[in-house]
Write a protein that binds this ligand. Structure first.
Ligand SMILES: Cc1ncc(COP(=O)(O)O)c(C=O)c1O
Length: 412
């Protein structure tokens, strides 16, 4: 018998790694379809955090004792894992931050303040999360720069022709998401980055929704910055990473000042460390950085290509299943999508659908998903948003579909 090149991904087996998936909600097994908001944590991540506090806990770098050495090794080991995960050239390219939001703010407040002035332009797309809009608006207010927005077509895909028209010698930065959290659109990141570079602009790629679903190789993408959050890739909250090209990070002024980031301080003058320490003032989130490292190693063991393949098939199945529900309007129908199914159901407010699904143990987000501009582009203020991860199953999609069919038939 011919064997497939790829053994099927066994979501039912993988689910056993996630203790929370055994929870009952309203008497039903939890169906976690809110992965775009945050992901659940495998036992290895929970154990790694607990091990850190039981055997390694110390502040890092400064003290010369055994636990300081263990904590430092664990923290710097996690930095190496992040480096490997996104194929950065060096650990010095990886700055630990609280998450995507903090990473974008760091770039806006350092690189942005240094390089942007009156008449300069920043380009974002219509798809962006508020975290990739507001910091740039604030920077524009401060510097007199202008924010330009790349429109999307009716499927929710970026219009490359329009993007090309917006790129000029005034464009200093293009900042865009690789996957839209509201629609699931996968943007043509490599092409968009190359186009920005041809115009002489730097690029920040928001990987918050992409790194858990597809391989991310910063050298291949050639982005100047990549940002993501640990909690959206099966790691803890309050930790994330900022990748920057070496020459770009070197050229950035320090952001917060304090301990850890200095080489020498007198009352007259401070000499800073180079990156990444320059951007990590104060005691960081040591344990959660270590936990994020464990999460990335877990994803590496499952294999990101296996994950991408399984999720792609599950998304197609789920899209077809939802399309069979009378009165449903899917918002975001781009050819290239990941994880997200945003929709409205005729006769219901989004929060009513969310509450009804919650009664059945199904967790989805209903609301504006911190991406109001793109929802308004489609004439809506809110949607219901199931979002998938590799531990979701075909059976769970069937249960979601049945619940929606019941809701739909109640309004006919
Ligand atoms: C595309 C995108 N960018 C940025 C963020 C902000 O991430 P965080 O809240 O973890 O900082 C999110 C979170 O939903 C997101 O989906």
């Amino acid at each position: 018998m011919a064997t497939s090149a790829h053994p099927p991904f066994d979501a039912n087996l993988v689910r056993k790694d996630f203790p929370i998936l055994r929870e009952l909600v309203n008497g039903r097994p939890l169906i976690w379809l809110d992965n775009a908001a945050t992901t659940q944590k495998p036992q290895v991540v929970i154990d790694r955090l607990s091990y850190f506090y039981q055997h390694e806990n110390s502040n890092i770098h400064r003290a010369a004792h055994e636990l300081a050495a263990r904590a430092t090794d664990a923290y710097e080991g996690a930095r190496e894992t992040v480096r490997r995960f996104i194929n950065a050239p060096s650990v010095n390219n990886i700055v630990f931050v609280r998450g995507t939001t903090e990473a974008i703010n760091l770039v806006a407040k350092t690189w942005g303040r240094k390089h942007l002035g009156e008449g300069d332009e920043i380009i974002v797309t219509n798809l962006e999360h508020h975290a990739n809009i507001v910091p740039w608006q604030q920077l524009c207010q401060e510097t007199g720069a202008k924010l330009k927005v790349v429109p999307v077509d009716d499927s929710g895909q970026v219009l490359l022709d329009e993007y090309q028209k917006l790129l000029t010698s005034r464009t200093k930065l293009v900042s865009f998401t690789q996957v839209s959290n509201a629609l699931g659109t996968v943007t043509p990141a490599r092409e968009m980055i190359a186009m920005a570079h041809a115009a002489g602009a730097k690029v920040l790629l928001d990987g918050a929704q992409s790194v858990s679903h597809m391989r991310t190789d910063v050298q291949q993408l050639d982005c100047d910055f990549l940002v993501f959050s640990g909690h959206k890739i099966f790691g803890p909250t309050g930790i994330g990473a900022l990748y920057g090209k070496p020459e770009v990070l070197d050229d950035m002024p320090a952001w917060q000042g304090g301990g850890n980031m200095i080489q020498d301080v007198t009352f007259e003058k401070t000499v800073y460390h180079g990156a990444p320490a320059k951007f990590e003032a104060g005691t960081g989130n040591i344990a959660d950085a270590v936990g994020m490292g464990a999460a990335l190693e877990y994803v590496e063991r499952l294999g990101i290509e296996n994950i991408a393949r399984y999720e792609h098939e599950l998304l197609e199945y789920a899209t077809a299943a939802l399309n069979k529900v009378p009165g449903i309007r899917l918002i975001g129908t781009a050819q290239n999508k990941a994880s997200v199914l945003s929709f409205n159901l005729h006769g219901y407010k989004s929060e009513e659908v969310g509450a009804a699904l919650n009664q059945e143990g199904i967790a989805v987000r209903s609301g504006h998903h911190c991406a109001q501009p793109i929802l308004r582009r489609f004439g809506v203020e809110t949607t219901v948003r199931p979002s998938l991860a590799f531990y979701n199953t075909y059976g769970e999609i069937d249960i979601l579909q049945s619940a929606l069919l019941r809701l739909a038939s109640a309004k006919r």
